[in-house]
Design a protein around this ligand. Structure first.
Ligand SMILES: [Zn+2]
Length: 579
């Protein structure tokens, strides 16, 4: 498999194409690379440094830690005979293969990509925030990006193969940005007054690890009817001035963790392209969709009249949505039935804001409120939850509570302030949490579905519909908006809802419920490779399979050719079954 007897030795190799190899002694969160590859639909085999089977697939990814002598020799032979190596977060002891020297620990900072950048980093419109790993002296390798004035990303042609290093620990950075710090008190407010996190309410943003100055971008948009105040508080500084003139809004416009994920994917694709490996991936969405939209509703106030009004708006817009219900409810049973009959979803809106009795933070209260919703609606399955006011405590415990109640998706991680709109946790993708505080790293079997903004017109300018949809579509994730029934009767809100839904459709996106997102992601994660063929454990309709067209490769003519991550792929859409 690793011989270089022809000019394109890997051209006909079937998937899987990637061996993921863990060194010894790496940081536990470096393992998040596994989740990055899994979610991106890359098929791989995993090896530990203690394994004695040294067989390697064409693309080897070494992830954190150090390899033993036998493994280092096996990987060096692999590269010199035409194979591919990507090291992430550490050299694994392969410094000479990578052509780098003077390895140093990397302190938190930002990866800087130069002008005319390499395809691996061409998507990075701003420096990328990372929190550890290594930097090197590029030595015999080409330097593709820097951090702290030293080489952060390098590339080297070695023998007949190629070797690339991403020095910063991308797995740990993605996990850290998404999962954030443990919430035990209020976070530091933004210095410009746009995000007063010091509100005495423990919420997801209190764990925020991104930087107010360097990880936000200023978006200029007309304020419109947006009143400029959040929850009746003082008007933030950007709210002054005429509503129809552009105002400056500093927001987390770029999903930083997703850009870091893409750095790994683009590095793999660059290497595969150079070595003529037809890397095969299962695209995020069916039918070749570029991204998907999602609208949720939180029933704060539980006013049946306003719910009926919003329900009609949803019907008029022909969109299925997710209704998160706040204890103790108040809608007639017929409304829940109608919502379900429309193909929409009834979900939980866990209340730990009240702070007393059953409405306080705690696993037993979460279970009680979930049981209340199941009993009230007569439905045994609740698939999704969002916490009222984005309440949060601890780090990952809520995800374990979700698993305990059969809830597949939590959508609490999002903004409660104008200045945290966008991607305060760096992602627009469904992601799985990684608990690194256990004895061994442990993935939790539930998804986080990030929220981008609360109500357009009321808590964000209507123009953010396009700004945020574009940002999520650019990273091929989920554009998640929230509309409270409590605001639907206010001037401009229903109109903004219709404009948003139309804009998503114009962008080629579909609007799905949270339950549909979970079902799709669960199904696509059952897809695996048997004898070079993609097989799923459950039926997956309209799966989109991408096959890389390496440098200079011709398309077969039968398949559609699409551009993803700056590379050309043959795209095939069709069912995958276990047959
Ligand atoms: Zn609420």
């Amino acid at each position: 498999m690793t011989s270089a007897e022809t000019a394109a030795p890997h051209a006909d190799t079937p998937p899987p194409h990637v061996t993921l190899l863990y060194g010894a002694g790496g940081p536990p969160a470096a393992r998040y690379v596994e989740e990055i590859l899994t979610h991106a639909g890359v098929f791989y085999e995993t090896r530990q440094s203690g394994d004695s089977d040294y067989g390697l697939l064409p693309v080897v990814v070494v992830c954190g830690g150090t390899l033993g002598t036998a493994w280092r020799e096996a990987v060096a032979r692999h590269v010199s005979s035409g194979g591919i190596l990507l090291c992430v977060g550490a050299t694994g002891g392969l410094d000479s293969v990578l052509g780098v020297a003077d390895v140093e620990a990397c302190s938190p900072g930002w990866i800087e990509v130069g002008a005319g950048s390499h395809p691996a980093a061409a998507h990075a419109s701003a420096p990328l925030h990372v929190f550890g790993g290594i930097t090197v002296a590029a030595g015999r390798a080409d330097e593709l990006a820097t951090i702290h004035g030293r080489a952060a990303v390098t590339w080297r042609r070695h023998g007949d193969g190629h070797a690339m290093l991403i020095g910063p620990d991308i797995g740990s950075a993605v996990a850290h940005i998404q999962q954030a710090d443990t919430v035990v008190g209020d976070g530091e407010p933004a210095p410009d007054g746009t995000a007063p996190l010091d509100d005495g309410i423990l919420k997801a943003e209190d764990g925020l690890v991104l930087d107010w100055a360097r990880d936000r971008q200023t978006v200029h948009a007309p304020r419109g009817l947006f009143p400029g105040a959040w929850g009746g508080g003082a008007a933030p500084p950007h709210a002054a001035g005429p509503p129809d003139e552009p105002h400056a809004f500093p927001i987390f416009r770029e999903p930083v963790a997703d850009a870091l994920r893409e750095l790994v994917l683009r590095a793999l694709l660059s290497l595969a392209s150079a070595a003529s490996v037809p890397l095969t991936m299962l695209w995020y969405w069916p039918r070749g969709l570029p991204a998907v939209g999602h609208i949720s509703h939180d029933s704060d106030g539980n006013d049946p009249g306003l719910a009926t009004q919003l329900h009609q708006v949803c019907i008029d817009a022909r969109v299925r949505t997710t209704w998160c219900m706040l204890y103790p409810g108040g809608y007639p049973a017929s409304l829940y039935r109608q919502v379900r009959d429309d193909g929409s979803e009834v979900a939980l809106h866990y209340d730990a804001l009240e702070g007393t009795g059953v409405r306080a933070w705690g696993r037993a209260n979460f279970a009680t409120q979930a049981r209340w919703l199941r009993d009230m609606t007569g439905d045994d399955a609740i698939i999704s939850n969002k916490n009222h006011y984005t309440r949060w405590e601890g780090r990952l415990e809520l995800f374990d509570w979700c698993v305990g109640e059969g809830i597949r998706v939590d959508q609490s991680k999002g903004p409660s302030k104008t200045g945290t709109i966008g991607f305060p946790f760096g992602s627009c993708h469904l992601w799985k949490p990684l608990d690194t505080e256990a004895d061994a790293p442990r993935f939790i079997d539930a998804y986080c579905l990030p929220l981008m903004t609360q109500d357009l017109v009321i808590t964000a300018p209507a123009a953010f519909a396009q700004v945020l949809t574009d940002a999520a579509r650019e990273r091929h994730g989920v554009a998640h908006f929230l509309y409270h029934p409590a605001h639907i009767a206010k001037e401009g809100v229903a109109e903004s809802f219709h404009d948003l839904v139309s804009y998503g459709r114009e962008c080629g996106m579909e609007w799905w419920t949270s339950a549909e997102l979970a079902a799709w992601e669960d199904a696509r994660r059952t897809v695996h490779v048997v004898d070079g063929r993609l097989i799923s454990s459950v039926a997956v309709a309209d799966a989109t399979v991408l096959r890389l067209l390496p440098d200079g490769a011709e398309a077969s003519g039968a398949a559609t050719v699409v551009d993803r991550y700056g590379f050309r792929f043959e795209e095939t859409v069709g069912p995958l079954t276990s047959a």
